[in-house]
Design a protein around this ligand. Structure first.
Ligand code: PAF
Length: 283
């Protein structure tokens, strides 16, 4: 596995591979603190492409909360070991200066429309502008054929598909299923910051989503959401930001369930100090 810190060095390597062998490239962008969910993206990339490239970069421009940025777990050596074991071919671990040589003021011109106003966008102002900015830059550097993202960041997948569409990038987006712990908790780098008590409480989030999926035909949407919010609100440690059942393509709220329309339930909540998100595809 080759590890690069500069744009110049990784691009030299990628060009050499491309010129000599005409290989396909899969790209897995990460912010490190890797878990099995990330490794499953590496696995998918290995199955689909010739060369798998990952990046580890905690992007400062996508954090709306400075404290969250400062506390974001960093474990580069362990991450590199995990990527090596997973069979990743190339890793970029750039500095802020390498990613943003001209500073961070200039954002992309992607118009997200409603996607940029709802759910995560509403609760984390500026978050997706930062995600678009860093992913555009990383895609320009790596120029992959395939981009692998996790369904756990459902809205991010829609946002980045808009990025690809906006710039007509010749990149195929592959969305890989959310990996869960045995008890249902969605894998996340943030889970490692939960105390034992918070970890137990965090299970209520996926439990609510699973309940909604199971009972989507049994109650009106409004009742399902109210009941689940009430359950979650019983716990002092949980502060729900949103729990919504929406059209899986537009993210607009749905009033009545129609199995023919893509539907997804999404949740964001703080468990103690840790903000978690999760979602379940209903149809
Ligand atoms: O999902 C993430 O880890 C980040 O948002 C991403 C896509 C690596 C961009 O920083």
């Amino acid at each position: 596995m080759k590890v690069f810190q500069t744009v110049h060095d990784i691009q030299k390597c990628l060009l050499e591979i491309n010129d000599k062998h005409g290989k396909t490239f899969g790209f897995v962008p990460t912010m490190g603190a890797l878990h099995q969910g990330h490794l499953s993206l590496i696995q998918s990339s290995k199955e689909k492409t010739d060369i798998t490239v990952a990046s580890i970069f905690v992007n400062p421009t996508q954090f709306n909360d400075q404290k969250d940025f400062e506390k974001y777990p960093i474990q580069i050596d362990k991450d590199l070991e995990m990527l090596l074991d997973a069979g990743c071919d190339i890793v970029l671990v750039p500095s802020v200066e390498e990613v943003y040589p001209y500073g961070t003021v200039e954002k992309t011109g992607v118009n997200l429309g409603f996607l940029g106003k709802t759910l995560e966008a509403e609760h984390r102002k500026g978050h997706y502008e930062g995600v678009l900015q860093v992913v555009k830059r990383l895609l320009d550097i790596v120029q992959p054929d395939f981009l692998f993202l996790g369904q756990k960041d459902y809205q991010q997948c829609l946002v980045l598909s808009k990025l690809i569409e906006h710039y007509h990038l010749p990149i195929q987006l592959e969305i890989c299923p959310t990996l869960r712990e045995k008890d249902g908790l969605a894998m996340s780098s943030r889970n490692m910051r939960l105390t034992a008590e918070e970890r137990t409480m965090a299970l209520q989030l996926s439990a609510s989503l699973f309940y909604i999926k199971e009972h989507i035909n049994d109650f009106p949407i409004k009742t399902l959401i109210e009941t689940e919010l009430e359950k979650l609100n019983q716990y002092d440690l949980i502060k729900t930001e949103y729990l919504e059942i929406v059209n899986g393509k537009t993210l607009k709220k749905i009033k009545h369930f129609n199995p023919k329309i893509p539907t997804v339930a999404l949740i964001a909540a703080k468990v103690g100090e840790i903000r978690l998100i999760d979602n379940v595809i209903i149809t």
